[in-house]
Design a protein. Structure first.
Length: 112
């Protein structure tokens, strides 16, 4: 469903050490805005309308209503600017603004 890279999984595991995240699962979501899709990631409790899955040893949830929007997404953690800033990168072939990089079959990186 969603693929979490090893680097992203390591960062998520570090965040899960926070006492505020204890007992919670990683939630992925997307909001459709006028500027395009905005990706959301945080920690939450599972509810009856969620899909509960696992990738790279990370248990995650998403609302069943978002399944079609997030299916096939890749979550990575990498440098996102020239000043050495790092962050999560969401590569989603379902995003209307998705364009594969030239000479590469992988999805375009969307930063949020």
């Amino acid at each position: 469903m969603i693929t979490i890279t090893k680097r992203a999984a390591e960062e998520i595991k570090l965040s899960l050490l926070n006492p505020d995240a204890q007992g919670l699962l990683t939630r992925f979501a997307v909001e459709e805005t006028e500027q395009g899709w905005r990706y959301l990631m945080g920690f939450d409790e599972r509810n009856e309308n969620d899909i509960h899955l696992k990738s790279a040893e990370i248990e995650y949830i998403l609302a069943y209503s978002q399944k079609i929007l997030l299916e096939g997404m890749l979550v990575d953690f990498d440098e996102i600017d020239t000043e050495g800033g790092y962050g999560f990168i969401f590569m989603n072939p379902n995003d209307p603004n998705y364009e594969p990089p030239e000479g590469d079959n992988s999805p375009k990186k969307s930063q949020h």
